[in-house]
Design a protein around this ligand. Sequence first.
Ligand SMILES: [Zn+2]
Length: 263
Amino acid sequence: MPRPEVVFRTSAIIIRRYEYGEADRLLTLFTPDQGKIRVIAKGVRKPTAKMAGHLELYSKVNLLIRRGRDLHRIEQAEQVQPYQPQRESLIWFGYAAYLVELLDRFSEDEEPNPPLFGLLDIALNWLSAPDSDYALVARYYELRLLRLTGFEPSLFRCAVGQEEIEAQAQYFSPLDGGVVCPDHVRGHAAIPLSLNALKILRYAQTRDFDKVRALQISAPMHHLLERIMHSYIAHLLETRLKSADFLHLIERFREAPQIPPSP
Ligand SMILES: [Zn+2]
């Protein structure tokens, strides 16, 4: 068997970052050709460290990495895409954290999936575009990620009877993995799905984001779509995603009526 190269270059998105020891950081990276890998950045928290500003969370970097038996080590780092110019935006961070956690939960260590890397890259870019509809980016990302990892929900055929779904109001059943017709619906977990909601989900599942981003979606519709996707994903993962709960919290904060400044 050929020995893997001792050092290699890769682009990567930094998906987790921990302080380690006196001056080091441990990073989890998502890379196009090696999937999720863990690395150490030695001495990066020293004031003189050259790499420090290049290893921001949720940014894209070019790296030179030395393979180690237990842990790979970053030798050089260059930031190529910070994604978010105003990194202090809490809501941007909340959504970026959610996209990354979803990818983390649906991928194994060192399991290459170049299209998944491309999806995260594109979604973080879209999240950073002016006037971005964060929730729409999240729904599109969820549908694509589920396809790329083999969990695409059934939206064109009844998930129980397998017959083609009529253009009418239906149910979404997280347990059965998609849309279920009124004849086959069972149990209490199915969510009533309006025809409009079904159309939006189908559109987002089959069109490019350049088309999908033009959709104007009302707040109640966003809530329904989010409930459907999060119920399905939660069912798949068996436990609710921590950052999805965090998003609910900050969305509520954002929707709270603003108190006018006193004169
Ligand atoms: Zn059916």
